[in-house]
Design a binder for this molecule. Structure first.
Ligand code: 2HA
Ligand code: ZN
Length: 271
């Protein structure tokens, strides 16, 4: 067997956790990531018949039966992933229609997957239904986006447009917009389902006064989405209290989307 710590997906996962921590988005045990892996990717590194433990999930996810995920652990710190990946990360295979997850590697201190596993798995199902290449769900607590949910209306169109107006590239990076959930109890199946419902037609979902979910084909793509939205929120928080003399107009955003070949969410641009 090859050394799993040298597998490209593992190296990238560790780098992403470290990078997100370094951005200040994952204080303490904040944030969680899940990465869908194929059997072919895993087979050189793991005996897939060797189930270490079986963990109950508390929800159903029939569409994910037999699928493999590399996922961060509950209570674990992103800061520490690079020093002890086998303690802070785990690889599971979804079984029993989603009601259990077979641990194949990691969580060596007896741990289990993130408390936000429902939101991750339900979001994977929602994204895979519209984009079979989606592989990543990332959750974190980006400072400025969180701040923005205290001072900006949570209306999705208004929230999205405020972000789009902050940097020229935003409308082409997330033309589907940003979903926004009101404050809800985290870790539950309810917030998981509500997040997944938003994920059906957009890849970013804000949890008011909590954080952000991003999805993508790669760790980089999901990270880049979060990074772009957070940059926009940072600019918003810098200027929200100042008179605004200039802006990016709806016409300019339409021009951008047309030029780069993106379809902007229906009804969001007034032109
Ligand atoms: O895992 O971020 O939402 C810690 C969290 C919960
Ligand atoms: Zn969180």
């Amino acid at each position: 067997m090859k050394n799993i710590l040298e597998a490209p997906f593992m190296v990238e996962m560790i780098r992403t956790c470290t990078n997100m921590y370094d951005h200040g988005w994952d204080e303490r045990n904040g944030g969680n990531i899940s990465l869908l892996l194929s059997e072919e990717e895993l087979a050189p590194y793991l005996d897939l018949k060797n189930v270490i433990r079986t963990l109950k999930t508390g929800f159903e996810a029939p569409a994910l039966e037999g699928k493999y995920f590399l996922v961060t652990g509950t209570g674990k710190y992103f800061k520490n992933v690079q020093y002890a990946p086998d303690v802070n990360l785990g690889i599971v295979r979804i079984a029993d229609g989603g009601q259990s997850a077979e641990l194949l590697w990691g969580f060596t201190d007896g741990g289990r997957f993130t408390s936000e596993f429902p939101a991750h798995m339900m979001s994977h199902m929602a994204r895979l239904a519209v984009d079979p290449e989606n592989r990543v769900v990332e959750h974190c607590h980006p400072t400025n986006l969180l701040a923005m949910t205290f001072v900006h209306t949570l209306d999705e169109k208004a929230f999205t447009k405020s972000l789009w107006q902050m940097c020229t590239e935003c409308v082409v990076v997330f033309p589907d917009g940003v979903g926004v959930l009101p404050w809800m109890l985290c870790g539950t199946n309810e917030i998981g389902q509500a997040t997944a419902d938003k994920m059906k037609d957009q890849r970013l979902v804000v949890w008011a006064q909590h954080g952000l979910y991003g999805a993508g084909k790669t760790l980089d793509e999901a990270f880049g989405l979060i990074e772009t939205a957070e940059k926009a929120a940072e600019i918003y928080m810098k200027i929200a209290h100042l008179p605004r003399i200039n802006t990016i107009t709806d016409e300019q955003m339409k021009l951008l989307a047309d030029y780069f070949g993106y379809k902007v969410r229906e009804g969001y641009l007034d032109c």
